[in-house]
Design a protein around this ligand. Sequence first.
Ligand SMILES: C[S@@+](CC[C@H](N)C(=O)[O-])C[C@H]1O[C@@H](n2cnc3c(N)ncnc32)[C@H](O)[C@@H]1O
Length: 326
Amino acid sequence: MACGITPRHATSPPPCLQNITDSPTSPRLGSPAVSLARAWPGVVFPTETRFQLNSAPDGGKVLLTMAYNSLYDKSQYYDIVFERDVSQEINFVRQVFAHHMGRPLESVLELACGPGYHTVAFAEAGLRAIGLDLQSEMLNVARDKAGSRGVEASWLEADMTDFSLEEPVDAVVSMFDGITVLPTLDLLIANFQAVARNLKPGGLYILDHMHPRDQSPADYGTLYWSGERDGVFVELIWPVNRPEIDLQTSTITVEVELRVTKNGAQEVYRDTATERVFILPQEFEMLARLSGVFRPLAYYGNFLLDQPLDFSARSTQMIIVLQKTS
Ligand SMILES: C[S@@+](CC[C@H](N)C(=O)[O-])C[C@H]1O[C@@H](n2cnc3c(N)ncnc32)[C@H](O)[C@@H]1O
């Protein structure tokens, strides 16, 4: 094997994984996400190898099994792993809006905002920004983040399939695959309709999703993220088992592990997560048409106005821009 798994006290992946992270085809540029399958091209990882990842190298490990899809309760730990600079994404959303609408973006709602990285950055850029999430724990982290940066944003604890804003907004965004938490077509259509109800006439719905090459059910791969803050080292491994793929519902169910190391002891939270996979861009287009409230406007392959969605190395995302039809 060319290189090992990141040592659990390290704060960054080993050099071979960093190369992958820095490559233009990495699933998430700028974040420490790496695909182990891509780190060792051509090497097939059997289930047993993945399970070896679960063995802590020393004692003090406590295994905690979490309720289904409850990983997002661990908002402080999520934030340690995923806090990142999203300025390029913010600039892109503003440019896309100005490009298609011929006026500047003034108000925006971020769905499934988690710790509010984008909402806070939109507010910092002077926009009226609202972050929506199902989990109060996530919104508490987001509120603290806005407060510590001295910016004002609004926060809404709600389900993104049914919500009401006090005033409609220019654009709604779903970043970092936020939409994949909705597993059924009914929930997705309910989401599209709720978004349209809260958009101004002709407003935009912008969905940032991973590139189709990074979500093949046939080669799901393994993603590893890590981060450290104030002596707390957190790792997220997704998945630690062989994913269960349900082709008929387009969902993948995986076991994931959040490892938290502090004061020399390690807690391991294991959870089951189900996510929807979108493999073809036209799935979004069909949903838009089915919802009766959106029309497809454009696709982009990165947070760059001049990058179309294609199979080039520079196209790392699948970004869909929909426009409200009325
Ligand atoms: C992958 S995280 C995305 C976080 C954030 N957008 C980011 O960039 O890091 C998914 C988020 O979706 C939220 N979520 C899950 N189901 C939801 C729902 N039905 N409505 C609103 N938020 C939901 C979770 O609480 C979690 O914060």
